[in-house]
Design a protein around this ligand. Sequence first.
Ligand SMILES: [Zn+2]
Length: 192
Amino acid sequence: MQEMEIMEIFKKSGAYKQGHFRLSSGLHSGAYLQCALVLQEPVVAARLCAALAEKFRAEEPDVVIGPAMGGIVLAYELARALKARAVFSERDEEGVMRLRRGFEIGPENRVLIAEDVLTTGRSVKEVIKLLEAYDVSPGGVASLVDRSGGAADLGGVRAESLMKIDVPTFPGEDCPLCQEGMPLEKPGSRKI
Ligand SMILES: [Zn+2]
């Protein structure tokens, strides 16, 4: 799949919108990104994940792990495409990323990490740390969208995405869209 076709799918589902948005960080941006909207159609999700899975097929991952919530659906569809097992990690009461619900993983597994949007790579790094406790070094990180601008530090783990986008953000007092008088929207998600 070409990036342009993928972008069209994102725009059509409302997962990528252009305008003037206030992000949960308080920063302003000209674009809004919500992968849950592109993944809500299983047929579309399966098609995107099949394309993403190809980038890792040679490594033959047998487990795909995604951090909750954003990584759950992605891990599941990638696992389907790779004929692997899908598990997810979640934070405990102390906010530490853990495997719960009886999911098992070990050094015999070839593990791929799934994250819908790669921004700072914070959740992915938490999953890498979790895997270390199980003697697992992940074979890669698969994301639908990489908006990190190459700045995410994943400790040398290979990262592949379907689409790279550059979404500049601005402090409110320094926002060119505010200066143009464009109305400000506040979409209800932290993934923007
Ligand atoms: Zn603004």
